[in-house]
Design a protein around this ligand. Sequence first.
Ligand code: FMN
Length: 398
Amino acid sequence: MSRGIAQAETVEDLRKLARKRLPLAMFDFVDGGAETESALRHNRAVFDRVRFRARTVVDVTERSQEIELFGRKSGSPFAISAMGGLGTLRYKAEIALAKAASDARIPFMLSLGANCTIEEVAEAAPQARLWAQLYTFKDDRLNRALVERAAAAGYEALVVTTDSNVFPKRERDRRNGFSFGLKKTPRNVWDVLTHPGWTIDVVLRGNVGRMESMVPLVDGPKDTHTLLAYFIKERSPALDWEALRRIRQMWKGPMILKGIMTKEEAVLAADRGMDGVILSNHGGRNLDYAVAPLEILPEVMDAVGPRLTVMLDSGFRRGSDVLKAIAMGAKTALFGRPAAFAVAAGGEIGARRIVSIFQEEIDKGMGFLGIRTLDQLGPDYLWFDGLATGPSIVRRND
Ligand SMILES: Cc1cc2nc3c(=O)[nH]c(=O)nc-3n(C[C@H](O)[C@H](O)[C@H](O)COP(=O)(O)O)c2cc1C
């Protein structure tokens, strides 16, 4: 397997390796999107409509892809976004990713739905820049308990996800009988039996996909389904600015809203004391037909640019994608699925490989663009190929 990983040149190569190792339902859980999957496809399509205008007579002997993020140096302009349930793809997947992120000096965002606890990841990757992702609960005592644990474990930033107030309709999961675990259908049983590598690593080592960080919050039985039922019952679909104000008071460090998709809400985030936003349509997993974060980046930069650290995810598969977003003003990009495929395919080796693929493509891209540092990059390095992004982009191309 590690030979396959070493030979993987792209996210797509790692995706194919993950497809081979995982039962279909597990693969589809990662790969799929909501409803028609239009938002999922669109996230990729927009990158094709942004092209580069390179400077060629430039000395690019020395290149650095370091950036400054929340007052600290980051090794590269990308980070790994939160994903729940990764332990059902690979035993202790979150730790593998946190270690790879740590060595690359990039942030790793731990999902509240992770199969490793907040504390366990911090202990296993003590040098890592860890961000804690929170889904908010009706009862502030739960929010406070989680926020305090993240602070005690040394997490750098708190990321509150704002785009998941209801549960999405993911049709692949429904067809596959997958809902935070596999239903025992004949096809799933067959699929598990015919993927022994995955079965030995995940099932026999006892990872049944519990949301481990939730365990101390629940009295009584702590099996996967009880925890999930508790999570669903206590989740707040009434996330509003008042709830965010209370959470803001609980957390001293950088607080980021993930899932903001309009300049209007970005302005509110800045007004209400947030430090950053991650523009995201959840990788096309929630609201189908959502616009892509890259499309709204210009209007958000115009509205809040200097006041907020503006980041984005959804659809990043190439170093060139990251360079486009940085040129349009984003501080950093994040990705989810590339890391999930990588860790599913090859554990820690896979995690390191995905980081190195992005690093290499960014480095070569910088060389060809004629830049030595990322702060040299701006919209004048881009050509917008009929991208309907509204007035800001048109102005930028003038
Ligand atoms: C398997 C999977 C699980 C996810 N779980 C979470 C989660 O628990 N919390 C969250 O805020 N976002 C979650 N996301 C969304 C990611 O954080 C991120 O926004 C998305 O994956 C970015 O799109 P990309 O996969 O195209 O890079 C998940 C995504 C995937 C693929």
